[in-house]
Design a protein around this ligand. Structure first.
Ligand SMILES: Nc1ncnc2c1ncn2[C@@H]1O[C@H](COP(=O)(O)OP(=O)(O)O)[C@@H](O)[C@H]1O
Ligand SMILES: [Mg+2]
Length: 264
């Protein structure tokens, strides 16, 4: 039992609409110890975002248990810092006011939230853009702003849903390096969802591989490389071999499940 981290026990979820039932998750077990960085990889539409939405307290699972720091996550949106798949920056709030929004909603007084946001603008590569509108920022800056907003939510547990999904490959690599630096300064317990095996390996202590819908855990792989990982690691033979193992686990999962469907 990881009282300070994240635990999923036999988590299942079926979406029921008037027309049909969609089994999204089927008996998922997962655990993230305090201070660890764990990723979930799997094909599109296979329940990754559903796991995070359950842990964020936004969705009540059909069966099983989702625990954050020993407490059940159902109906408890305040337990985690959650970055949804879309950055959800508010276009009518300037960068600083967007950054502080999550903390304000969590009950931090606006002045305190904005002061803390200002302190971190530099570390997040956003110095000088405090008063810009979201539309004036590049894609990478918007993602960093959304991450900054997530960091400012006062919880040691962070859920990141494809945080670099919208970025080109070069910016994505820079952001992975940068996220490692930020986490070295501000340690958190992180559960990250991605469909990018290399990203999962670069960032994580452990990677879970999901099979297509209904999502099940097909494999769990420990990542042995010392942190922070250097950019050159991705071409090291040991890294390439582990990546091949993960891709094989994904393929094995894919052939055992039903055909994948697009996510909602
Ligand atoms: N609100 C919803 N209503 C009905 N089906 C949904 C809903 N949200 C997600 N689904 C379905 O559940 C499955 C898993 O979705 P999701 O967790 O978003 O996948 P992923 O994040 O891995 O791409 C998909 O088949 C998707 O179509
Ligand atoms: Mg998703």
């Amino acid at each position: 039992m990881q009282a300070e981290g994240i635990e999923l026990h036999r988590l299942s979820h079926v979406f029921t609409t008037r027309r049909q039932s969609v089994a999204a998750l089927d008996g998922v077990d997962l655990s993230v110890a305090a201070g660890r960085f764990v990723s979930v990889v799997g094909p599109s539409g296979c329940g990754k975002s559903t796991i995070l939405r359950i842990l964020a307290g936004l969705l009540v699972p059909t069966a099983g248990e989702a625990l954050v720091r020993g407490e059940t996550a159902s109906g408890r949106p305040g337990l985690v810092a959650y970055m949804p798949q879309k950055d959800l920056l508010l276009p009518w709030r300037r960068a600083l006011a967007n950054a502080s929004l999550g903390a304000e909603i969590a009950g931090v007084p606006t002045r305190d939230a904005r002061r803390r946001a200002l302190e971190l603008f530099g570390a997040f590569g956003l110095s000088g853009f405090e008063h810009s509108w979201p539309v004036q920022l590049s894609g990478g800056m918007r993602q960093r702003l959304a991450l900054l907003r997530t960091f400012l939510i006062p919880s040691p547990v962070m859920l990141l849903d494809e945080p670099f999904g919208a970025l080109d490959a070069i910016t994505r690599r820079q952001m992975q390096q940068w996220l490692q630096q930020v986490l070295a300064r501000e340690s958190r317990t992180v559960l990250l969802v991605t469909h990018d095996v290399e990203e999962a390996l670069v960032l994580s202590d452990e990677v879970y591989v999901m099979s297509p819908r209904p999502g099940r855990m097909a494999a769990r792989v420990a990542v042995p490389f010392e942190r922070p990982r250097q950019p050159g690691l991705v071409t090291a033979p040991a890294f390439v071999a582990l990546k091949a193992d993960l891709l094989a686990a994904l393929d094995a999962g894919a052939s055992s499940g039903s055909p994948c469907e697009p996510a909602v």
